[in-house]
Design a protein around this ligand. Structure first.
Ligand SMILES: NC(=O)C1=CN([C@@H]2O[C@H](COP(=O)(O)OP(=O)(O)OC[C@H]3O[C@@H](n4cnc5c(N)ncnc54)[C@H](OP(=O)(O)O)[C@@H]3O)[C@@H](O)[C@H]2O)C=CC1
Ligand SMILES: O=C(O)[C@@H]1CCC=N1
Length: 271
């Protein structure tokens, strides 16, 4: 009996590549329909053992798959595309998860007729709560765009966005989990300063985050209203919020996300 041809390849199985791979396996994709391209042999062995997936050379992965997800660092993308281009025949689909890299850059490195979709995912995909912004390249069919969306939907939500918004999406939801974890770290440290045991502070902060997230999602109430509901007149929250304003936390978030957006643009230039 012959093994059915693999349909989806993931090239670059670092943090984000493995996150996608694990989600596809969890969502029930057959492992004999998945291939991984990863250059470090010890990493390849680890992935083979963990998922039972075949790890092959990049060129072979691109040759055998209909959909090729490229999940290397933006700086490695040009070299990778040049390596796999000879295996990419018209009709195949390349899905890039790299920050900054434009569909026109990818199209200029692959044969004509290869479809390209640019995606900005995020790491909550690891628990099927990802958020991915998806933009088609210049000659991507509806079916190919739907295939890229299905790939990302296996690990969370998907929104279709014009490609000009990709750098902003990268700054908000791509990098976003890091800002949230930074806030969580800061609140835990504050709890410890206030005399709480670290484990208690950690429990309090995480459940507060989860509860607040659920309120936002389930009530659909605007965050300003939810914040006002917590802020009793002359109370503790008002005192805390005044300090956040004095320390320009709102302005810091704006500056931080502008910096992330600008860095995404720079990555497109190859720096
Ligand atoms: N981490 C995140 O939260 C997010 C990441 N992304 C994007 O995902 C991409 C990967 O990021 P991330 O997973 O964090 O980075 P990692 O460094 O963890 O992963 C990149 C992986 O690609 C491998 N690699 C590099 N060159 C090749 C090659 N030629 N062939 C096969 N494998 C190769 C690397 O191996 P080695 O280490 O040996 O070089 C590494 O395992 C980036 O483009 C990033 O912008 C997008 C959204 C969120
Ligand atoms: O930090 C980065 O460049 C990647 C892209 C978005 C999240 N991580």
């Amino acid at each position: 009996m012959t093994t059915p041809a693999a349909q989806t390849a993931i090239i670059g199985a670092g943090v984000m590549g493995e996150t996608l791979l694990s989600g596809l396996v969890r969502s029930g994709r057959r492992v004999d329909r998945l291939l991984v391209g990863e250059k470090r042999p010890e990493r390849a062995r680890e992935l083979e053992e963990r998922y039972g997936v075949a790890v092959v050379g990049n060129r072979e992965a691109a040759e055998r798959a209909d959909t090729v997800a490229v999940v290397v660092k933006p700086q490695d993308m040009g070299e990778l595309l040049d390596e796999i281009a000879p295996a990419l025949r018209p009709g195949k689909l390349v899905v890039s998860l790299a920050a900054g890299i434009t569909t026109s850059f990818i199209e200029s490195h692959v044969p004509e007729g290869v479809a390209v979709v640019r995606v900005m995912p995020n790491t909550p995909a690891l628990v099927d709560e990802g958020m991915a912004g998806v933009s088609p390249g210049s000659h991507c069919s509806d079916a190919q765009l739907a295939e890229a969306e299905a790939l990302m939907r296996s690990v969370g939500r998907v929104v279709r966005i014009p490609e000009r918004q990709q750098d902003a999406v990268t700054a908000i939801s791509g990098s976003g989990p890091a800002y949230i974890f930074f806030v969580v770290e800061s609140m835990i440290e504050a709890g410890v300063h206030l005399g709480l045991p670290r484990a208690t502070a950690t429990d309090l902060v995480i459940q507060t985050l989860v509860g607040s997230g659920k309120m936002l999602q389930e009530t659909g109430t605007h965050p300003t209203v939810l914040r006002e509901q917590v802020t009793s007149p002359g109370g503790t929250t008002a005192s805390a919020l005044r300090e956040l304003e004095v320390h320009k936390v709102r302005a810091a978030f704006l500056a931080a996300m502008e910096a992330a957006r600008n860095r995404s643009r720079e990555l497109a230039e190859g720096s």
